[in-house]
Design a protein around this ligand. Structure first.
Ligand code: KE4
Length: 432
């Protein structure tokens, strides 16, 4: 594996220029690479499983735009759909057939979603779902889980994951204390903590919202029986169960984590993959709840670019490709090949680390104890992770720049790409 040629001259110049006009030189914190003691790499173009930076260094990409690029970059079907949509215009501010097509695909793929509203980001989806749950139950409190990240709406920036963990700011300034009090954040995988919260707050809890598989504290799977017990508790106490599947939706299975674990949430939020790489989000679920959304009902939510024709076209093309039989078996096979290879390399090395994986997602925790919640994830050696990330970058692998994120595999990552990745990891484990 040849080392690429740092310093990254053009990236450095771009970063200096960006830093004059963009806070931190980026438009989303986790891209800053601060957590891995590095400056961000500026990307020039991408194709399939690869990205090239502005210095024309090529990387095998395991960020995949943080999940959307499940078919790889610039998939021909997605590009064709976008070219066709462009012939008709870019945005109408009026309904279009394209919105119905994507909505029908979502409803047909996720049985718990009887009706859906399309928006422009995962954050919009989760903040709207919470507003809807509060209106439907006439209650104000929300339960979330430490390390889960549901976007940057005020109610969620309490002990949140992703960029907040990465930057060590688990709760953000600027969230009014009065509002923060309405969010209770509990340890994940601890059903007794949930029972205690219901005992304390009972009829005040409007909803439980969670990532059924956490991808924002590294990758953390639910313990056996945890989601089933949560479902029962929510029903018993009249709280809505919201699965935030912005990351896991159409990622771990066509029907998301709820298909894997056979749980029926009351509401589901989606994003990322359903937009094919363009800005999109969605929330949906039980018809009796969704019918409260304006203009049918009185719960207000709106968006200039909701249902944008380009995003609809890209998302529909991507979801149609994912309906092809055996797509997820293929994705699982590639994920498992990488996971098995990483586990074998770690066992042969002196490095303390462990692999967590589920179809299409993988994470290397630099920690010897099993990671079952945020507290155990925080015991990871983030300095060692930073060295791992830099050494992989220098060998042409673009891994998510944070211990508190998951890496994404696409249907474009070939056997050769995975073998090349394992070769780079083998060399990396010798030098960190
Ligand atoms: P967006 O507003 O970023 O589209 O979606 C927010 C969101 C909601 N729910 C879950 C489970 C999510 O993972 C996200 C966003 N994920 C992060 C990656 N961990 C986005 C990357 C970033 O913030 O730059």
């Amino acid at each position: 594996m040849t080392l690429i040629a740092p310093p990254f001259t053009r990236s450095q110049r771009a970063f200096e220029r960006a830093s004059k006009v963009l806070p931190g030189g980026v438009n989303s914190p986790v891209r800053s690479c601060q957590a891995v003691d590095a400056d961000p790499i500026f990307i020039d173009h991408a194709d399939g499983a690869f990205m090239w930076d502005v210095d024309q260094n090529r990387y095998i990409d395991y960020v995949g735009s943080w999940g959307p690029m499940i078919l790889g970059h610039r998939h021909p079907r997605v590009l064709e759909a976008l070219e066709d949509a462009l012939e008709h215009g870019t945005s109408f501010g009026a309904p279009s057939i394209a919105e119905i097509e994507l909505a029908e695909l979502i409803v047909s793929s996720v049985p718990s979603i009887e009706m859906v509203r399309l928006v422009s980001s995962g954050t919009e989806a989760t903040m709207s779902a919470i507003r809807l749950a509060r209106a439907f139950t006439k209650r104000d409190m929300v339960i979330k889980f430490d390390g889960c990240y549901h976007g940057h709406a005020d109610s969620f920036l309490i002990k949140a994951g992703s960029g907040l963990q990465t930057l060590g700011i688990s709760s953000s300034p600027g969230v009014p204390e009065e509002l923060a009090k309405l969010t209770v954040s509990l340890p994940f995988n601890d059903i007794d903590a949930l029972k205690a919260a219901f005992k304390e707050h009972d009829k005040k809890i409007a909803a439980i919202i969670l990532e059924p598989i956490i991808g924002n504290a590294g990758l953390i799977l639910p313990k056996d029986g945890y989601l089933e017990a949560m479902r029962e508790l929510a029903t018993k106490h009249g709280a809505l169960l919201i699965f935030d599947e912005v990351m896991t939706g159409f990622r771990v299975a066509l029907g998301g984590a709820q298909q894997l674990y056979k749980i029926k949430p009351d509401l589901t939020t989606l994003g990322k993959i359903i937009g094919g790489g363009l800005p999109v989000g969605a929330y949906g679920g039980r018809r009796d709840i969704m019918e409260m959304i304006a203009p049918l009902g009185s719960v207000y939510q709106a968006g200039t670019l909701s249902g944008n024709p380009l995003a609809m076209a890209a998302g529909t093309a991507q979801l149609r490709m994912l309906q092809i039989p055996h797509s997820y078996e293929q994705l699982e096979h590639r994920t498992q090949r990488l996971a098995d290879g990483l586990t074998e390399l770690i066992q042969k090395s002196k490095v303390v680390a462990q692999v967590a994986n589920v179809t299409g997602m993988i994470c290397l925790f630099f920690n010897k104890d099993k990671v079952t919640d945020l507290a155990s994830a925080q015991k990871c050696d983030t300095k060692k992770f930073a060295k791992f990330w830099q050494a992989l970058r220098d060998r042409g692998i673009y891994w998510p720049p944070s211990q508190f994120e998951a890496a994404f595999i696409s249907l474009e990552h070939s056997k050769q790409d995975i073998d090349d990745t394992l070769k780079a990891v083998e060399e990396t484990l010798k030098v960190i």
